[in-house]
Design a protein around this ligand. Structure first.
Ligand code: 5GP
Length: 115
């Protein structure tokens, strides 16, 4: 049997997390090591490893993650002030958890270029 990813274990409530939104396709919860006053992760329930391993058949799920960012921003009250989305892909991208996730950072002014 294939080992569940860390984020599948959170989705299955085997590891606790502060979940702020859930639907059939994805889950949104607070990052355990926040890099901004608000730092959320939006994770597809399907364990797509990373963007570079997504397939054409994942297009709806990938679009759904972005629309969920909008929904959560409105729900949590930071849609007006703004936010940043980040997807880390692979070694140079700084990816640590091999289960695709969209970072949502909000609650302070973001800088550019990122580190
Ligand atoms: P990556 O570097 O892969 O893009 O981001 C992984 C993120 O997952 C990091 O921001 C890290 O803080 C977060 N993270 C790692 N383990 C856990 C955990 O057990 N619970 C939660 N809520 N977040 C985690």
């Amino acid at each position: 049997m294939i080992e569940k990813t860390l984020f599948q274990k959170i989705s299955d409530r085997e590891i606790p997390a502060s979940i702020v939104y859930e639907d059939d396709l994805c889950l949104c919860f607070k990052d355990i090591n926040p890099q901004a006053p608000i730092h959320l992760l939006i994770v597809p329930k399907k364990p797509i490893v990373r963007i570079c391993q997504a397939e054409v058949e994942d297009a709806q799920t990938l679009g759904h993650l972005l629309l969920t960012a909008k929904k959560v921003a409105e729900q949590e009250g930071f849609a007006e002030t703004g936010f940043r989305t980040v997807i880390n892909n692979g070694k140079h991208g700084g990816e640590e958890v091999p289960h695709l996730h969209l970072h949502i950072l909000a609650g302070r002014q973001m800088n550019w270029p990122p580190g």
